[in-house]
Design a protein around this ligand. Structure first.
Ligand SMILES: *Cc1c(COP(=O)(O)O)cnc(C)c1O
Length: 433
């Protein structure tokens, strides 16, 4: 399959689209056309890697990785992604637990897949590819874990000093020599600006062969469609109903994958985006005007996005605000509502939710009665609550036990280099004046 930029450039191969991350014209890569499936196409697919193989095979036609897809998927989906039933008092309700990977957040899926693909594409090159990643928390850890100790690959993680939790900072800084962790004396926006500036700098970029692994990379979106396909198919086979999904959203990468899966004719009902107090999408659906803005800091920090970049893809795939708001719902959830929802989840479900996941549980409780009763619902759990223990534990008044994968990471020694938010400091830290 061939890929085109949302702004027109192309075509390029899947290999090229993944290697580049972003198109030369500044747009985001999209598949030329989406395949369409019947539920019966997945009759023999009894596990997530098998579902992924059927779903992703058409995208790999003509890729140099076509023969290696099975191995790539076995590496990517090495942990369970269960949909756990929840008590609802009405229609069926479940939590899709996307947080059992190495860094306990859904980004492990996309990062793991991209790493499995890029390391195979790059294995024969003599100078390493350098992945630059600006992170407000979860992305950097997932990318670092996925590329850790892979030959031919280097990762430079930039995170804002003092704006990530201690556990997050540790997860960003505890990897092998091929991962350089930079604590930037500035905001997340400064980190992102630095990545852009480095990639645009001819001297630095020819020396380092930069690539980006932020959620704009098509190699992160494709595998994310898989868990929506798997969860919806299992639900549909068992009940005959197409479940609705409620998805905690920031940059719209995770939600876009669900929308893509629905466009590929998987049995998915309504899709509702749950955002935090960053209202850019909610306001867009209300006023039809797209007004990106600086991000606000909230308790659901991995969703603190004021200019969601995947909106450009969403418009290309589905249409403008008038169409979009017919096909999707959105609710903006305040910090006070997030705290109340964490408390309520703990009481009603018997376990804690992370602040991001709590935007989805809150949104479900706010659903219009008719809409709630018309569908079964799957709420998407994007991170393990133990990653955000400083927020969650005071709210529920209990300790959240660490899952084994986080325990293992937190036991490693950590090391980060502190830099000023300018290109000279970045260049000095990664080599090259
Ligand atoms: C990144 C992240 C989100 C937001 O996902 P997007 O793809 O940016 O919309 C939500 N929750 C957690 C825990 C995350 O790490």
């Amino acid at each position: 399959m061939q890929f085109f930029s949302t702004r027109g450039d192309g075509p390029v191969s899947l290999d090229e689209a993944m290697r580049k991350g972003i198109a030369d014209d500044g747009g985001l890569f999209m598949p030329q056309q989406l395949p369409s499936f019947d539920a019966a196409d997945f009759d023999d697919a009894d596990s997530i890697p098998r579902v992924a193989e059927v779903l992703l095979r058409p995208f790999f036609v003509g890729s140099s990785l076509e023969d290696q897809l099975e191995a790539i998927l076995a590496e990517t989906f090495s942990f369970p992604i269960p949909a756990t039933p929840l008590p609802s008092g009405g229609r069926e309700l479940a939590l899709l637990e996307l947080y059992h990977g190495p860094t306990a957040a859904f980004k492990d899926v996309g990062a793991g897949f991209l790493a499995a693909c890029l390391s195979r594409l790059e294995s024969r090159k003599d100078s390493p590819l350098t992945i630059l990643v600006a992170t407000s928390g979860d992305t950097g850890g997932a990318v670092a874990a996925a590329f850790d100790a892979r030959a031919g690959m280097r990762v430079v993680v930039l995170f804002p000093d003092g704006r990530v939790s201690d556990r997050q900072a540790h997860q960003l800084s505890c990897w092998s020599d091929n991962v350089v962790s930079l604590k930037v004396q500035g905001s997340f926006d400064d980190c992102q600006a630095l990545v852009k500036a480095a990639m645009a700098d001819p001297g630095l970029s020819s020396m380092h062969r930069f690539s980006s692994a932020n959620s704009i990379n098509i190699g992160r979106l494709l595998p994310q469609c898989t868990y929506y396909a798997d969860a919806s198919l299992r639900h549909y086979r068992r009940t005959g109903n197409k479940p609705g999904f409620i998805i905690p959203s920031g940059n719209l990468g995770n939600a876009f994958a669900c929308i893509m899966a629905r466009e590929m004719n998987l049995p998915i009902g309504p899709i509702i985006l749950a955002t935090n107090a960053n209202r850019t999408i909610a306001d867009y659906f209300e006023t039809l005007e797209w007004l990106p803005r600086a991000s606000l800091r909230t308790l659901a920090s991995a969703m603190d996005v004021g200019d969601p970049s995947n909106m450009e893809r969403l418009r290309k795939l589905v249409g403008d605000a008038v169409v979009l708001r017919e096909r999707l719902g959105v609710l903006s959830v305040s910090d006070a509502e997030i705290e109340a929802s964490i408390r309520r989840d703990f009481k009603d479900f018997g376990f804690a939710t992370c602040p991001h996941t709590a935007t989805a549980t809150h949104t479900w409780r706010q659903l219009d009665e008719d809409l709630a009763a018309a569908h079964d619902w799957i709420l998407v759990g994007t991170a393990h609550p133990a990653k955000f223990e400083t927020i969650v534990e005071p709210v529920i008044g209990e300790i959240v036990p660490l899952p084994p994968e986080l325990e293992e990471i937190l036991a490693r020694p950590a090391h980060a280099i502190t830099i000023k938010p300018d290109l000279e400091s970045l260049a000095a830290a990664i080599g090259g004046a």
